[in-house]
Ligand binder design. Structure first.
Ligand SMILES: Cc1cc2nc3c(=O)[nH]c(=O)nc-3n(C[C@H](O)[C@H](O)[C@H](O)COP(=O)(O)OP(=O)(O)OC[C@H]3O[C@@H](n4cnc5c(N)ncnc54)[C@H](O)[C@@H]3O)c2cc1C
Length: 328
């Protein structure tokens, strides 16, 4: 992908000049989601003059969402990209420099660490990785257009909007069933659509879901289109055995077919779990001293703005302690 061709939504972030001279920083932050921008705020207030590389998605996943109602301090909710703009402003106010650039390679074998980007080389005394995770998409017509308008990847975030509504859940693993069960607190009905005739989820979850009065299943079926203008109205579904296509009326589509942590850059360089999340301790330390990680890149469990931002703040505090101990 040609990074320079990407059209970013904000004009306020610095575009770095192509430059071969390595720039040195005390703290480099990879990622501009809630974790990265919270880390930037804390590192900037500690006068560590951090640089944040945004990656290709300024603001991260939350910038895709229409309204965030579970971030404290905003009793009436706030738009995802508006919230990110406030994070950005606050970090920049204390001197964080946010640049549209993307890390393409890292050398963590010695300090300072060397980070190759699309535009240049940066050396850093400490590194905070907040490259997040990407929900797996169905990649069907209507999905992106209606994200935040009925299509969701987070029941904790959006379940509340579907009080007494009919929703579908796509997927057959643990998270599909867990989130489906969670949605029964609000929704009138939850239809789980799975492409096979049996579930991958654990037996206890399966029993709970199968016996829940609000949950029903549609088997051997895939969703081929999400239809609606300002909100989801119907989905098109196809039975993979008979190839029969039909319309299914619904108010919401929750897609839980997995999340992929953005950790490809760190393969073989940092310890990872089996499902490729970075392993961090309670101080956000990774397996390499001086390298910290925060947010969804190391968290397959909580996956929220507030938890990611909290970890970002913690990572910056830890980076500060590390630099003090190293007398840098
Ligand atoms: C549609 C949707 C709606 C949501 N709604 C809510 C909600 O209402 N409330 C809530 O609490 N949570 C919500 N979430 C979850 C929340 O958005 C995430 O938990 C949170 O964004 C995770 O933050 P993060 O900073 O760890 O990572 P991310 O948000 O995933 O950000 C990762 C960042 O890393 C950057 N990056 C990736 N690779 C590189 C690289 N090589 N170099 C530099 N940068 C890189 C990306 O460009 C991005 O800026 C929602 C998620 C989705 C998908």
């Amino acid at each position: 992908m040609d990074f320079n061709l990407i059209n970013f939504s904000t004009g306020n972030v610095k575009q770095p000049e192509s430059d071969q001279t390595p720039q040195h920083v005390k703290v480099l932050i990879l990622g501009s989601g809630p974790a990265g921008l919270a880390a930037a705020l804390y590192a900037a207030r500690a006068e560590l003059h951090p640089i944040v590389l945004t990656g290709t998605e300024f603001g991260g996943q939350v910038s895709l969402t229409y309204t965030v109602e579970n971030y404290p301090g905003f009793p009436d909710g706030i738009g995802g990209s508006q919230l990110i703009e406030l994070f950005q402003k606050q970090a920049e106010k204390f001197g964080a420099v946010i640049e549209f650039d993307r890390a393409t390679g890292v050398d963590l074998t010695k300090r300072p660490f060397v980070i190759q980007t699309d535009n240049r080389t940066i050396s850093a005394d400490s590194l905070i990785i907040t490259t997040g995770a990407t929900p797996r998409y169905l990649d069907i017509p209507g999905e992106r257009e209606l994200t935040g308008r009925g299509v969701s990847y987070c029941a904790t975030c959006d379940g509340w909007f579907f009080k007494e509504k009919d929703v579908v859940v796509v997927g057959g693993g643990d998270s599909a069933l867990e989130e489906g069960l969670f949605l029964t607190r609000y929704a009138k009905s939850v239809t789980i659509i799975h492409r096979r005739d049996s579930l991958r989820a654990g037996a206890i979850l399966q029993n709970r879901a199968m016996n829940h009065p609000k949950i029903r299943f549609i088997w051997n079926t895939v969703v081929t289109e999400v239809v609606g203008e300002d909100a989801v109205k119907t989905i098109k579904i196809k039975n993979v055995i008979t190839n029969e296509v039909s319309d299914h009326k619904t108010d919401g589509v929750f897609i839980f077919i997995g999340h992929s942590p953005n950790t490809q850059l760190f393969e073989g360089k940092l310890e990872m779990s089996q499902d490729r999340y970075l392993i961090v301790d309670h101080l956000m330390k990774t397996s390499v001293p001086g390298v910290f990680a925060a947010g969804e890149v190391g968290d397959s469990h909580f996956k929220q703005v507030i938890t990611s931002a909290g970890m970002g703040a913690a990572a910056a505090i830890s980076a500060n302690h590390f630099l003090e101990q190293e007398e840098i």
